[in-house]
Design a protein around this ligand. Structure first.
Ligand code: HEC
Length: 210
């Protein structure tokens, strides 16, 4: 008669534990895999999948810098994304952990097109920039800025930081509501920063465009 071979309980336990450990490892890799990655000489490897990250907010026609467009110029959209593990950490602590990559995607807009009469919708990319936290790598408060704007065929896979002492840094550290970041414009995050006391008192929006 056929009999199912019985395994000793110890072997079953080992197989079970093996599966659990493998799952933890895979989950850990998936979670850590979205952090900032650098080449050996410190250039930021372009986060090509940022469009699969967490969408923080979208500003329309925001003007806050020396590159602000002339009044009456077509409005641009600013779309902000962050890597998912840092978004989770922010909700737990009100702080951005090392490895955080915030991406600002600036897009042109159009008004009349297809069936649209008066509203504005997004079109081509005008610029892509990043603000990255790594306190061991970057001396200035642990943040560095990157211009990731695509340059067609010549777009490098990795980009060096804008050198320290730049305008990005000055405006962000002076006006950002949480550390170096403009959480005052990401409404869904504001309560977490307030809960953990990281929202700078009186943080306001500067006047000036990317
Ligand atoms: C005069 C102020 C000012 C300057 C200069 C400036 N920014 Fe910003 N930046 C902002 C504001 C305001 C936002 C809010 C988001 C928006 O535009 O919708 C922002 C958002 C960002 C974000 C989204 C994440 C965050 O930090 O909140 C990135 C990335 C970014 N800027 C990169 C840069 C880079 C790179 C430079 C320099 C080349 C730069 N910025 C210069 C004001 C500034």
């Amino acid at each position: 008669m056929f009999r199912v071979p019985s395994r000793p309980p110890g072997a079953l336990y080992a197989i079970g534990m093996g599966c659990v450990l493998a799952l933890i490892l895979v989950a850990g890799l998936a979670f850590a895999g979205d952090k900032a990655r650098f080449t050996a000489d410190g250039a930021l490897i372009r986060p090509s999948n940022y469009r699969e990250w967490i969408f923080l907010s979208s500003g329309l026609g925001m003007t806050y810098g020396p590159n602000a467009p002339a009044s009456g110029a077509p409005l641009r959209f600013d779309n902000v994304f962050v890597n998912p593990s840092s978004y989770q950490a922010f909700r737990r602590t009100g702080r951005w952990p090392d490895g955080t990559v915030l991406v600002l995607e600036v897009r042109e807009s159009q008004s009349r097109g297809s069936i649209n009469e008066r509203g504005h919708y997004q079109t081509s990319i005008a610029a892509i920039e990043a603000n990255v936290k790594d306190s061991r790598r970057f001396p200035n408060g642990g943040w560095a800025f990157f211009d990731l704007t695509p340059r067609g065929e010549d777009s490098p896979k990795a980009v060096s930081a804008v050198p320290p002492g730049n305008n990005c840094e000055k405006c962000h550290s002076t006006n950002g509501a949480v550390d170096n970041t403009f959480v005052q414009f990401y409404p869904e995050l504001i309560p977490f920063a307030q809960k953990f006391g990281t929202y700078k008192p009186g943080a306001t929006a500067p006047e000036a465009q990317h």
